[in-house]
Design a protein around this ligand. Structure first.
Ligand SMILES: [Zn+2]
Length: 291
């Protein structure tokens, strides 16, 4: 029962509440870990709840028919959630990789190199855009229009941003959030985790880019690319919460908020450890005595 309530809170209201917390932009990396812990804790609680009901029947010497039905239903539900998660992760990963492979082949075929965008592929297009096609052999893609409208410093800042995505494999982090999101039933899940994680990942890439290329050129480039449409499966420059990020770049680079970050990491660890110990622990002990 406690695990069920916990799972529902962690999958619904908790993400909505955390999504509104302003401090996250000061420690995006720690905040991202907290979000991972939150979604994982929600999944653990859901599976734990199903398992604990499924094993209730074991507490009784001669369980009644009702108890046996409940037991079977809970076990089936738990297995379904788990199967759904594994299936979601598998199909998502396969389709994303296939889509990116085709996209990469196309880019390699029709793009050209340009000395003003070193390390990137330039596509002829009217719209200004820049994105990273992640993967083992990632591609940084910019449009000819972006190369024309941005100055050298701005192009460099944008490419550093995309390079940060490719280097840190932000696509895998996002993939994990998407798979977990798809695994939860529609009525209880919230988009907050997925959307906030996408925003935090952009902030992490922004921070890497501003350390190498400066905040001003990056901010100006983000303004120019704010309306850019990014193909599915790619990580774009200006498409995710551009306003909040531009405002953030306007302020000086935040000093390392060590205490805040430490507190957030401790919170993330507690999210995983405390529910497991306080709720699942006694249940496991109980099971051991009866078993
Ligand atoms: Zn980005």
């Amino acid at each position: 029962m406690v695990l069920t309530v916990l799972a529902l809170i962690l999958a619904g209201p908790a993400p909505e509440w955390l999504a509104r917390a302003q401090w996250q932009s000061r420690v995006p990396r720690a905040a991202l870990v907290l979000w991972q812990a939150l979604t994982l804790a929600a999944l653990l609680s859901a599976l734990g709840a199903g398992l604990s009901v499924a094993t209730l029947a074991a507490y009784y010497d001669r369980p009644g028919t009702g108890m046996l039905i409940l037991h079977t239903a809970a076990a089936t539900f738990t297995l379904l959630v788990l199967a759904r998660l594994l299936w979601a992760a598998h199909t998502l990963g396969t389709s994303l990789r296939a889509r990116r492979r085709r996209h990469r082949q196309l880019v390699d075929l029709v793009s050209r190199k340009d000395h003003r965008a070193p390390g990137a592929r330039v596509l002829d297009a009217q719209e200004a855009f820049a994105y990273c096609l992640p993967g083992l052999s990632a591609r940084l893609v910019v449009s000819s229009s972006a190369v024309e409208t941005l100055n050298d410093a701005e192009i460099r800042a944008v490419l550093e941003h995309e390079r940060a995505h490719a280097r840190a494999r932000h696509d895998l982090v996002l993939e994990g959030f998407t798979a977990l999101h798809n695994a939860f039933p529609r009525v209880v899940r919230s988009r907050a985790a997925l959307d906030t994680a996408a925003g935090l990942i952009e902030m992490l890439a922004d921070d890497a880019a501003r350390r190498r290329a400066g905040a001003l050129p990056l901010g100006r480039a983000l303004v120019r690319l704010a309306d850019a449409q990014v193909p599915a499966g790619a990580l774009g420059s200006g498409s995710v919460s551009p306003l909040a990020r531009i405002q953030r770049l306007g302020k000086p680079m935040p000093p390392a908020h060590r205490h805040l970050a430490a507190a957030v990491y401790i919170g993330a660890a507690a999210l995983i450890v405390v529910p497991t110990l306080t709720v699942a622990g006694p249940w496991l002990a109980h099971l051991a005595t009866f078993g």
